[in-house]
Design a protein around this ligand. Structure first.
Ligand code: GLC
Length: 440
């Protein structure tokens, strides 16, 4: 019999595994220094200096409807916003600290507006919540692995009461789960060393989460870190193992399976340049074709892509990001059927690209033109029909004189007037829908 946690997880994550593509949004005070969301830690910046940003944060061009429209246009089905990052700054009107957006010149509950805007566009909504808090007086400072004051003996931990911190942290999660309607994802970040699992009173926290919102899905970082996944990979996951694994800035070579060999839901979170939080000098953007192929790669291994956008100090998603996302969206308009609700095909990766699959449809994602016809390996007598997914046009199987020695394979041309399929109809990724006679 299957483990109950695993069974419930499968039901809860069904929509998530169909959605495949989401938007991660890292936004907070750190958009002003614009050197990434770890700026306090990497520059060992005292809280007093960071307060300048708090006093000036106006979010004056924050229009979450614009973000939501962009996400939708990009073909994304859900979003995750940093309600609070490690700096402890809260984008919602929490009653548990003054360090919140409603006390800045912005004077708005930014989480509430985000949720309304994304729901209005029909997208699922998630919140990222840092279980680490560099602002809270009861969170370890000196000697912590990454606290901004970790090297400063004046910030010793003698009078800090970690239980008081946990009460605060649990209280904030309760606020988010009771004051903002049903959320779809809670994205906790992150555990490290001994600061993992029950150190966070994770059983208690998860019992509260499940009681308040039983359909909510949760990542695996109450236990895992990014460096490790935790018991989500075991046959008996803990109650706080999470519903999905979230590899960071990488796509796992063979997807993710647990020790029984069963697929584990996962989502690769990846930046569009090299930063999560806005970074004015980082113009190292991944081009649209690369993003499309990352998405295809995730889906071909049963995973999701959570692609990051880091809005600037004013609250605008950088134009360069928007243009890439729109191009990805145009491709998805034509080829979304090969992504949403799709997963691994269970056949070897082909020479020219990738396969994704849904029911009796196999999708050939073609990246490289091939000389002498494109080859669908070992599928002869299993294929009912080939079509170009983008426009539905029929593709003919060819049986040329030079192919007779390969009867087990199926060959076709995307460009019948050339012998090499060059150029491909869509050089980013040309998708051929392969309708199968029966499921292979
Ligand atoms: C991390 C980082 C962080 C980022 C996140 C995204 O662990 O601490 O800044 O928000 O991962 O996955």
């Amino acid at each position: 019999m299957q483990n109950k946690v695993i069974e419930e997880r499968a039901a809860r994550t069904k929509w998530f595994m169909d959605a495949r593509f989401g938007m991660f949004i890292h936004w907070g005070l750190y958009a002003i220094p614009a050197r990434g969301e770890w700026v306090r830690s990497s520059e060992r910046m005292p809280q007093e200096d960071y307060l300048h940003y708090f006093n000036e944060f106006s979010a004056k061009e924050y229009q979450p409807r614009e973000w939501a429209r962009l996400a939708k246009k990009a073909g994304m089905k859900y979003a995750v916003l940093t309600a609070k990052h490690h700096d402890g700054f809260c984008l919602w009107d929490t009653a548990l600290t003054d360090f919140k957006a409603t006390n800045t010149p912005a004077k708005r509950d930014l989480v509430k507006e985000y949720l309304e805007a994304f729901r209005a566009e029909g997208l699922k909504v998630g919140l990222y919540f840092s279980i680490i808090d560099w602002r809270h007086p009861d969170f370890p400072h000196y000697g912590d692995r990454q606290h901004p004051m970790r090297d400063n003996k004046d910030y010793g931990n003698e009078n800090r009461n970690f239980n008081r911190y946990l009460e605060f942290m649990h209280g904030q999660v309760r606020e988010l789960l009771t004051g903002y309607g049903n959320l779809d994802i809670m994205w906790f970040d992150f555990s490290y060393g001994d600061m993992a699992g029950e150190t966070w009173k994770a059983t208690e926290l998860m019992q509260m989460v499940r009681t308040l919102q039983s359909n909510l899905i949760v990542d695996n970082r109450l236990e895992g870190s990014g460096e490790n996944s935790g018991t989500i990979l075991s046959a008996n996951p803990s109650i706080f193992a999470g519903d999905f694994s979230c590899p960071e800035q990488m796509i796992p070579p063979e997807g993710i399976r647990n020790e029984l060999g069963d697929p584990v839901p996962w989502e690769a979170c990846i930046t569009l340049n090299n930063h999560w939080g806005y970074c004015s000098t980082d113009q190292h953007w991944k081009p649209a074709d690369m993003v499309i192929r990352m998405l295809v790669e995730c889906v071909s291994k049963n995973g999701n892509l959570l692609l990051n956008a880091g809005p600037d100090a004013k609250g605008r998603i950088p134009r360069a990001s928007a243009e890439i996302l729109e191009a990805v969206g145009r491709w998805l308009d034509d080829n979304g059927e090969s992504i949403y609700g799709c997963g691994a095909a269970g056949i070897d990766k082909p020479e020219w690209g990738r396969f994704t699959c849904k029911g009796d449809k196999l999708y050939a994602h073609i990246y490289e033109p091939q000389t002498g016809g494109l080859c669908l390996p070992n599928l002869a007598r299993k294929i009912k029909k080939l079509r170009l997914l983008a426009d539905g046009s029929e593709i003919q199987v060819v049986k040329h004189w030079n192919l007779v020695e390969y009867p087990q394979h199926t060959f076709f041309f995307l460009n019948p007037w050339s012998s090499d399929n060059y150029p491909l109809p869509d050089p980013k990724d040309t998708v051929v829908e392969v309708e199968l006679l029966h499921f292979v």
